[in-house]
Ligand binder design. Sequence first.
Ligand code: ZN
Ligand code: ZN
Length: 258
Amino acid sequence: MDLNNFADSHCHLNYPGLIEQQSAVIKRMKKAGIGYALNVCTKLEEIDDIISTVDKYDFIYASVGVHPDNVDVKEPSTDDICYFSNNEKVVAIGETGLDYFRLKGDLTWQRERFRRHIRAAREVKKPLIIHMRDATDDTLKILKQEKAYEIGGVMHCFTDTLDTAKKAIDLNFYISISGIVTFKNAEQVQHVAKNIPGERLLIETDSPFLAPVPYRGKTNEPSYVVQVAEKIAHLRSESIDSVAINTTENFLSFIQKQ
Ligand SMILES: [Zn+2]
Ligand SMILES: [Zn+2]
């Protein structure tokens, strides 16, 4: 197996759990053959730290965005997002989207925040990173209304149905599968991972969260994306090399570097 074959499409290297051991984590990534990773932003207050991390490592890229669950943070305008994305290491806008699981009540502000991210992404022509939880209909509706298909992006840590995956693919989105696919009770995610077209498949860790089996419950890190790829290879009856090469090629076209 060639080195530098895997791409972790979604991780949080500046979060507690990884930040304290960041250089060791990055050494282990290199050793495990992680050729690319996307260090995802969840609030504007962390963008300087994220940029300083990706500036140190040419194989790690950044995004800019404010997570739908983040309250008590600076509310981003479309102009703010465009401004911070004006950096060649910033390759995507997000994570953004809707989360009706974690937050309840009047979430009009969350939908407005989501719309501003889509407008910014279309303006700067960079793809979106979508977080969607218990909000399928509204997420797809807003993506359509705001013409997100013009720029596309990724549905990260996808846990919805195959039917929803197909609708997202029709809107020009990739489907990114996390370590959840290795969990015993994750039949729906496994079904999606097995059946979506290979050219729309990405893999991720969402580290430090959601460590795959056999590391479940521990701090996750980008090198464990290999376990995600192994499980997907098994489900799709493909070699791990073919999953690695395919998802890495998809990652490079997602970030517009190919
Ligand atoms: Zn997320
Ligand atoms: Zn995330």
